[in-house]
Every structure is written in C-alpha cells, then in structure tokens.
Design a protein. Structure first.
Length: 406
C-alpha cells in the first residue's frame, strides 16, 4: 500500500489534527463523491435551532477515520489483531461510512424509499470514482470495505470499530455535535476510552478501570438525543420538509410539468431508487435552490411550504397522549382552512441510551474484568443498570401551522 511522501495533516477542532499517511485515503478524500459531503449538513435541520451547527458530513467522516486510525496505531491490542490489509480496509470503511447520505440526513429517508447505508454501498461497489480508486489497488477492496459498512465482513472486530454501541462513528459525532451546537452534554473522555479498550476473542472490550468513562459516554448520548437530536424545533422544520415532498409528489402525479420549475427533484419524483449520479447531484444546495424556485410556482400549498422552509416560518407543536386529542387537532386544523394532509404531522420519538442484545450480541458493550472474565456493561455498572430498568422516555407530538393560535 503506497504511502505519501509526507504525512498530510488537516486541522480539526475535535482531534487537533487528522493524519493521512496513505495515498489511497488521500485519493478517496479528493474524489467528487467525498467532496460532495461538504454540501450535506451533519445534523440536518439542527442549525435551525442551534445556529452554529453548520458542520458537514465531510468533517465528521474525517473524524471517524482519525479515531479508527488512532485505535490501530496507538492501541497495541487492536494493532496486533489486524493484518495490514484489514487496517486499510477499516480505515477506508470509517472514512466512507456516510458517503451515501442524502440531503437533510435522516429526515430525507422518511420521504423517499432512500436508505443511506444501501446508497453508501452502491457508491463503493458501483459506478463511481471511489470504486475506481479502490479496485485499482485491489479488485476485492471495494467489496471488503462495503462489507464492513453493511455488517457482513467475516472479521467482526472491523465492524465493531466502525459501527457498534462503542464505535468511532458515535464517538466522533457526540463530541463534534456537542462542540458545534455549543452544548456540553455530548462531552466525554475520548483519550481515556482509547486507552482502555482491548481485544478479547475478536471482541472489542473495555477494561474494568474504564467503566466510569463509558458511563459518562452513555449519559452523553442520552442528553444529546433529547437536547439536540430530538429538539422539537428542528423536528418542526423536518415536518415541513416532509409535507413539502409529499405535496411535490402529489402535484407531480396530477401534473408532471411542475418539475420544469425544479428539475433537481425530477429523479426523486419519478423513481423509487436513485442512481449514484442522481444522488450525487441532489445535495442540500440543489434542494435549497429548488425551494427557492417553487416559491414562484402555481400551487399555493407548495409555494407556502417552500417559503416556510426558506424563511424558517415553522409549525407550532404540542404533546398529545390520546387518539381523541389527535382527532381534535385534525378537525381544528381543517376548520381553519388548512389541509391536514400537509399541515398536520404527528411524530413519535423514543430513545434508550443503551440497549444490549437488541439485534445481536455485538450491540452490547463488554467489560474485561480484572479476573479475565467478560461481562456485559449493565451487569457491572449500577448506573447503566438503573438506566435500563427505568422507564423508556418517549413522546408524541403534533405539528401544525402557528396561524391557528392567532
Ligand atoms: Ni456517521
């Protein structure tokens, strides 16, 4: 694997520097599909609430790569457990794990059949510059990198490093999102985590002395979810985004000529799945331009929703507990002349900060005890055990136009 003549270092507020030693990593970074991530916000609509949350998927992806690079080069256990080829594979998987993200992150996945993980694998193994870079090095490499991302790689250690309960992806986004939102909830001691992880029977484990750091990390996730990721104001923006696309699809089916005014949405209206080049063109800049164009369209609902998205004229929201309340809202919205189809949005959220064994035992965090045994985290941490036994925090909210309150 060819090394660069000189290590490239990129300034980063979370990790100090990102270090790039291999030509192939540098080439992927410079590929158009990776550069596109500069035009996708890491946190979708969160900058609507926390105005400095303008960071992109580009910087997050570099951060995940840097954590994996440090795991490999600074942690003796991990360094010894992997072959040179596996090290390159897992660093590439870290760098490319989000390359298939669409505009506005996860809210976009609700309006289309789009799935970012599938798109990521399509880019890595399909027609793309990334595929050409990887396959030139080794014809197997694109498939091995994709198999880490879609959880089918035979060496589960690689998968755990990139995507598990204690992975480089989460570690980077918690710290980065906390930094860029200006909140302190997401902070935890990354240096300590990196020092206390070990490999035992191909499993990533944490030394018993690292338990308190891991408890802190789990609490950080819990607070970030409710204070940042599920903030009702950014969900209000997402509700309008949802209605916008719903209306666009409905109008398009009645009269396809609407798309002449916003051709960037053509593929999305016509097809269930986007090709790599269609996805490449659909970044957040294209969407914003589309909203702008549609403020001038004939359809009043689409026009109004576009204006709301551009000028942050958000929906109001309220907690609801029963189906009767939901019906009341439906009638109330209708009686004010708004079509509930596009002006009412009901959203339920639920989050547990840690769920061992949900789909697979790799979804648990394992602790290496002093006597050499391995225990699941909640068995040895009273705090985590208490969180698991506690009630699930969940809520249901209805979103509606604020004009109703005037
Ligand atoms: Ni990520």
């Amino acid at each position: 694997m060819k090394k660069l003549d000189e290590v490239k270092v990129l300034r980063d507020p979370i990790h100090g520097y990102i270090h790039i030693k291999y030509q192939i990593i540098w080439d992927c970074l410079n590929a158009p599909e990776f550069q596109r991530l500069r035009r996708i916000h890491q946190l979708g609509a969160t900058h609507i609430v926390y105005h400095t949350a303008e960071h992109s998927r580009f910087s997050h992806s570099l951060g995940v790569y840097e954590i994996v690079r440090r795991m490999i080069s600074e942690n003796g256990d991990i360094g010894q457990a992997l072959s040179q080829y596996e090290k390159i594979t897992v660093m590439l998987a870290a760098l490319l794990h989000d390359i298939g993200h669409g505009p506005f992150s996860h809210s976009f996945e609700h309006v289309s059949k789009y799935n970012h993980e599938e798109c990521t694998c399509n880019i890595i193994t399909g027609d793309s510059s990334i595929y050409r870079i990887l396959s030139k090095e080794n014809p197997r490499l694109p498939y091995d990198v994709a198999s880490v991302i879609n959880h089918t790689h035979p060496n589960s250690l690689l998968i755990q490093m990139v995507s598990s309960q204690l992975d480089a992806d989460r570690m980077d986004y918690l710290l980065r999102d906390a930094y860029f939102t200006g909140t302190s909830y997401g902070e935890f001691d990354l240096e300590r985590v990196l020092r206390t992880i070990r490999v035992k029977n191909q499993k990533l484990v944490v030394k018993e002395s690292g338990i308190h750091t891991i408890e802190d990390y789990i609490m950080a996730r819990y607070h970030m979810y409710w204070q940042v990721y599920y903030h009702p104001v950014s969900r209000s923006y997402e509700a309008i985004l949802h209605s916008f696309f719903k209306r666009l699809f409905d109008v398009y089916h009645m009269d396809p000529s609407i798309i002449d005014e916003a051709p960037m949405f053509k593929a999305l209206c016509e097809k269930e799945y986007l090709t790599n080049s269609e996805l490449y063109e659909l970044d957040e800049c294209a969407c914003q331009f589309g909203f702008m164009q549609l403020t001038k369209c004939e359809d009043d609902i689409l026009k109004d929703l576009s204006n709301r998205l551009l000028s942050r004229h958000l929906f109001e929201y309220d907690d609801i507990y029963t189906i009767e309340q939901e019906n009341e809202y439906f009638k109330w919205i209708q009686s004010h002349g708004f079509d509930p189809e596009y002006y009412m949005y009901v959203d339920r959220t639920e989050q547990r900060p840690y769920q061992p064994y949900r789909d697979h035992e790799d979804n648990a965090i394992w602790v290496l005890m002093r006597d050499g045994s391995i225990q699941e985290l909640s068995k040895v941490s009273t705090i985590v055990d208490a969180i698991l036994k506690g009630e699930n925090k969940n809520e249901k909210k209805v979103f509606f136009p604020d004009e109703l309150n005037n």
